[in-house]
Design a protein around this ligand. Structure first.
Ligand SMILES: Cc1cc2nc3c(=O)[nH]c(=O)nc-3n(C[C@H](O)[C@H](O)[C@H](O)COP(=O)(O)OP(=O)(O)OC[C@H]3O[C@@H](n4cnc5c(N)ncnc54)[C@H](O)[C@@H]3O)c2cc1C
Length: 537
């Protein structure tokens, strides 16, 4: 995957997608697979918007059952099943414990009913079915739980992912199917004529050069920026399509053990989740309206206090500020419906929006990581129909680039052993690399055979990892990110390609060494890394 804006700008496209989050990437992937001539331009780095800042769950959304959002839950449960086949390394089943305390808005009977529906909408087999537990069994399985007031609990299953890598692999596959893709390529202006968009003015934000990109159709996948992109078209009426709400996560010690946890926030009609993550537990999330610059979203102390209060309502020993690591915040772009509604009650379903002054542009509003592949497939079909074209293929049955593993566990065991024997990589590091890159792991390590120095840890990575990283990152991984995955800055590798995601903030000391490796592959590293990402540390 090579970045070449000059070559990208020289073509006339069928479809140009604005925004390289999961929704834009999924649309570009399916359109390219179907045979359209596609380009994707991303203002910052792929997945640097909401698509690296989520709760990282491939989930049916148990909570949406409460809002009778059956269609969304059913589609999400089915997508979970599909992703488990097509990208097993990026959709790993997770067992959740759901404690039911006195005073919770739901009773054991309602939970049992909801989980029966959840199972009915699609699970991964018998082991994936829910089961109910009494209070003592729940405390045996999760000893940190507060026993007092616990009425019962349930075990049910969703899946965990790495949202940034899911997005990067989607972009990669789009590129492998012929899409021209570029990060650090911001749409600054949009030219239109008689209600139709004709071209985009795209700035290469690394060099400052501007290019014109012409196409027959456009998809605005700007996520939280969707209305700002709409506003670039002549005739914009000032309307809004989405409401932005902020969600913060933090990492705390692994108090839930091997299990994930979903529980009610006391006194509110909301839930919070925790799940085992990079040696700790991810805890999230908040849901508060946000009016500022989307690029400046950052966690605040009030968010952290809220999360600790929620978590401490179910644990015997309280977590404190000193337990909190690497907080991050992201923005939901929720479909505007019912002003004044509680943010948590707004639908998570996406909506496609069209403006009369931009008749060949569709804007994506809202959505979920879980259902993005299906959205991309449906939207590519719609674009093709508008262009009078028929798509020749789709992502419906297509494994992701690293998804050629078959059942994950035996693949992991065999590959970790091979990586250790052939490349002398420590077993823990091998496990992390195989788990992160799936069937592409060999392409990461192969260059070590000709450049043995790539087997060394990236300088500066070690003590600073604070126990959340599974062994040091190797120079070979940074080299791979630059050479194969278009990493241009240190954070592109540390936060979005290494598999550490926000746990990568603990390795910031290694940024200069990472930048030296990226620079040796021609990446532009003279610019200070990801200012938005930095501001949220
Ligand atoms: C706190 C939180 C938790 C969540 N948890 C989950 C979960 O567990 N499971 C789940 O399924 N979903 C979850 N979601 C929802 C999911 O993360 C989002 O639906 C998804 O990431 C949105 O992707 P997107 O592509 O629409 O937006 P984004 O990822 O924000 O992508 C939009 C991109 O457009 C780019 N852009 C903007 N303007 C321009 C321009 N002018 N030129 C070029 N590019 C531009 C931006 O830089 C950005 O990268 C969560 C969301 C939040 C906020």
């Amino acid at each position: 995957m090579k970045r070449n804006l000059e070559a990208l700008a020289r073509q006339q496209y069928d479809l140009v997608v604005i925004g390289g989050g999961i929704n834009g990437a999924a649309t570009a992937r399916d359109a390219a697979m179907g045979g359209l001539k596609v380009a994707l331009v991303e203002a910052r780095d792929f997945s640097s918007g909401t698509s690296s800042r989520s709760s990282k769950l491939i989930h049916g959304g148990l909570r949406y059952l409460e809002h009778l959002d059956f269609k969304l839950v059913r589609e999400a449960r089915q997508e979970r099943r599909r992703l488990q086949k097509l990208a097993p390394h990026l959709a790993r089943p997770l067992a959740f414990l759901l404690p039911i305390y006195q005073g919770n808005p739901f009773s054991p009977a309602t939970i049992r009913l909801g989980l029966n529906v959840y199972d009915l909408f699609g699970n991964l087999g018998a082991a994936d079915r829910h089961r109910m537990l009494d209070a003592s069994r729940a405390c045996e399985l999760m000893p940190a739980l507060r026993r007092e007031g616990l009425r019962a609990a349930a075990i049910y299953h969703d899946s965990g992912t790495d949202d940034a890598r899911l997005t990067i692999e989607t972009v990669l596959d789009a590129a492998d199917h012929g899409a021209a893709v570029a990060n650090y390529a911001e749409v600054r202006a949009i030219a239109s004529d008689e209600g139709r968009v004709t071209a985009l003015e795209v700035e290469d934000t690394l060099s400052g050069r501007r290019y014109e990109v012409a196409s027959r159709f456009f998809v605005n996948a700007g996520g939280p920026w969707v209305d700002r992109v709409r506003a670039l078209v002549k005739g914009f009426d000032g309307s809004r399509t989405v409401r932005l709400t902020k969600g913060t996560h933090v990492v705390v010690p692994p108090v839930t053990g091997q299990l994930a946890l979903l529980a009610a926030v006391p006194g509110e009609d909301r839930i919070f989740v925790m799940w085992p993550w990079h040696g700790g537990a991810m805890l999230g999330t908040t849901d508060t309206d946000y009016d500022g610059d989307p690029a400046a979203v950052a966690p605040e102390q009030a968010d952290i206090d809220y999360l600790l209060r929620a978590a401490n309502s179910v644990f015997a020993e309280p977590l404190t500020d000193s337990n909190v690591r690497c907080p991050w915040a992201g923005l939901r772009a929720l479909v505007l419906d019912g002003a004044g509604k509680d943010p948590s009650a707004v639908t998570r379903e996406h909506r496609l929006h069209e403006d009369p002054w931009a008749q060949n542009m569709i804007s994506i509003c809202g959505g979920k990581l879980t259902t993005a592949r299906a959205l991309g497939e449906a939207l590519a079909r719609q674009v093709a129909a508008r262009l009078g074209a028929t798509l020749e293929g789709s992502s419906h049955r297509a494994p992701f680039p690293g998804g050629h593993t078959g059942p994950l566990e035996p693949f992991l065991r065999k590959s970790v052993d091979q990586a250790h024997r052939e490349f002398h990589v420590a077993p823990g590091v091998a496990e992390r690399i195989v788990g992160t890159y799936g069937s592409r792991w060999r392409a990461v390590l192969d260059p070590i055979l000709v450049r043995p120095e790539l087997a060394e840890p990236v300088a500066g990575i070690g003590e600073s990892a604070g126990g959340y990283s599974e062994g040091p990152l190797l120079a070979a991984e940074a080299a791979f990110a630059a050479d194969q995955e278009m990493a241009m800055k240190a954070d592109d590798f540390l936060l979005r390609r290494s598999g550490l995601n926000w746990a990568g903030t603990l390795l910031r000391d290694a940024a200069p060494a990472v930048e030296r490796i990226l620079a040796s592959y021609g990446a532009f590293s003279a610019v200070p890394s990801g200012s938005a990402a930095r501001s949220s540390l």
